[in-house]
Design a protein. Sequence first.
Length: 439
Amino acid sequence: MLDILADRTYRHLFLAQVVALLGTGLATVALGLLAFDLAGDGAAFVLGTVFTIKMVAYVGIAPVAGAFADRLPRRALLVTLDLVRAGVALALPFVTEVWQVYVLIFLLQSASAAFTPTFQATIPDVLSEEARYTRALSLSRLAYDLENIVSPTLAALLLAVMSYHSLFLGTVIGFVASALLVVSVLLPSPRPSEPRGVYDRTTRGVRIYLATPRLRGLLALNLAAAAAGAMVLVNTVVLVRGSLGLSESALAWTLFAFGAGSMTAALILPRVLDALPDRPVMFSGAGLMVATLLGLSLTILLAGLGWSILLTAWLMVGLGYSTVLIPSGRLMRRSAHAEDRPALFAAQFALSHACWLVTYPLAGWLLTVYGVVPALLGLALLAASGMLMALKLWPANDPVELEHNHSNLPLDHPHLNGERHHAHPFVVDDHHPRWASQL
């Protein structure tokens, strides 16, 4: 997997991702402490509002940013967004009111909502060979999982010798370092698409996404992953500290089990995907998550909740979670022309986070109102529903190249070359506004 780091451009982009993630992780810890300073016992409400603002920014801003990403030099755009994020992080230690936190977080997450899909759309242009791109996706997932472990540890060490306000300085350094790494390489910028109206450009990524069967299936699998992931991320603290009465370190180890499962998937999937198509691999991951949540609920009913059982379950959920998410970039890459990829990745970013916007509060509500077993069953049912929808929406026979007829174009159109019936790698675009079977 690490051999792709020999590519200088990708190596610098990957390092930019790593340092930005570390900076974001430090900010997450510092933000919790800042919220407690400003709101005391109301800190949970403040943080809940912050996470809601984050999701609203992701869902609302990403498609708009993606609509115009191909009109700007990618390197300049990414560097500018990194500097905006650094500026916001620099301002956070000086806030004195909760509303100021909300405004700054909206600015920070809006910049991230523009940065992340543009960054993701750049990688397949840098690594055009699918096998190398697959390894880049796994390495990216590994970076996210390691960040969840390294950032809290680094924050704990820094807090031993300095105030939490200094953690925001680490965030600034992370974003500035990311900007410097991006500016140090030349990035490919695909030719801009045809001039379009604002509405057309803003909705183009979502329209391509929803018109492509494999991506409709991906959205349903995103819902399955969000359902299982929300059970882990929202409710683990209640299960470990409340139900089991264990220590804070036990909470960290429990979340580590989820991350370890995810990292295991990131390490083994490149070779698996060399041998197997994306669809059965992703469905196996979704099935593993559903089976684990159901199995855990049954175990609790029969024998009660034990820490070793919870660790094993979260390890399995993490394995299934990354098995669903890692191949998604490959589906995006083969489902659009290079000039449409920023808009398509922005659509994936927004729609997948819309799933989390549903599952985050649902997970907390089910556990609070009904208890652990109903929460597990409810989220397992939602994940299973997503998996079943994906089976229906994403055909088992999903070739890249499709034969199709063009009744929508005149016979003398350059794309037809005098033949209405032809075959080529098929994506939804101006010549193919609908899927092949509907032309």
